[in-house]
Ligand binder design. Structure first.
Ligand SMILES: Nc1ncnc2c1ncn2[C@@H]1O[C@H](COP(=O)(O)OP(=O)(O)O)[C@@H](O)[C@H]1O
Ligand SMILES: [Mg+2]
Length: 244
């Protein structure tokens, strides 16, 4: 059976694994009701197209006081009065007419570097005819100024370096890196039950200001060229796993 590759499907597949569940942000399928529920629960939420990529169409909504909300898309901000008006505003201005499948997710308070959030991409691969998953590369992407997504990256750093310069309390860098790798391997193992032919996953993970690791998404066709910039040998490792 062919399984959908959208963000909502993958979220539900990961949620089936108890250990992974503890790393997943609270996430719902978007409709008028779930948007209101999530706005009641969290100060900041992210609305993301199920089949989006490269950060396109992602909307961050932040609550101010007095039922005022800021919608942040790419680098522009819009103020909306009244929670009940947000869904209609999005529908009119941002959702495509024919296709609007979205998820709504609590925003993770991502650790920052010079005020710009960063997140982590971990490559997990297996060789042909092997069932053993390996971490073949990892890097940190810092969002460009005023962007809410890190896909428009201003800088690519090693994960260790990013943690070191971002977190005040960075004495547990090793533990965080262990979590990042362990969660990524677990995701590959879990999703492999459904996407049986896949040999590569590109896992997006967040690290919050307390050093806790969060799952942002699992990509089934991850780009590899950004690993060239690291010069740590990971690009070559990724290529060699791809060959088999
Ligand atoms: N829940 C979240 N909290 C904080 N930042 C997020 C969240 N979801 C997404 N982002 C930011 O947006 C970027 C793109 O989101 P992602 O889910 O990876 O969608 P895409 O498929 O467009 O890459 C992430 O790399 C991250 O920087
Ligand atoms: Mg992504």
């Amino acid at each position: 059976m062919r399984v959908s590759v959208g963000k909502w499907t993958k979220h539900k597949l990961m949620l089936e694994n108890e250990r992974l569940a503890s790393f997943l942000p609270d996430t719902q399928y978007l409709n008028r009701t779930s948007l209101n529920t999530m706005l009641d629960k969290y100060n900041q939420i992210m609305v993301k197209p199920c089949n989006g990529f490269q950060g396109r169409g992602i909307i961050q909504i932040s609550s101010l006081s007095n039922e005022q909300f800021v919608l942040h898309i790419e680098r522009s901000e819009t103020l909306i009065n009244g929670k009940e008006n947000i869904y209609d505003y999005l529908k009119e201005n941002h959702f495509p007419r024919n296709r609007h499948r979205y998820i709504v997710q609590q925003r993770i308070p991502l650790a920052t570097i010079n005020n710009n959030p960063f997140d982590v991409r971990v490559m997990v691969q297996r060789k042909k005819d092997s069932l053993e998953w390996a971490v073949t590369g990892k890097l940190a992407r810092v969002a460009a100024n005023n962007f809410i997504v890190t896909n428009a990256a201003k800088a690519i750093l090693s994960v260790e370096n990013a943690i070191e310069i971002s977190l005040v309390n960075n004495e547990n860098i090793k533990d965080i890196v262990t979590d990042l790798e362990e969660v990524s391997l677990l995701i590959a193992g879990q999703l492999a039950n459904s996407y049986t032919k896949k040999r590569v996953y590109g896992i997006d993970l967040g690290i919050d200001t307390e050093g806790k690791v969060w799952i942002i998404e699992a990509n089934l066709t991850p780009a590899v060229s950004m690993f060239k910039l690291l010069n740590d040998g990971s690009y070559e490792t990724i290529k060699s796993y791809k060959r088999g």
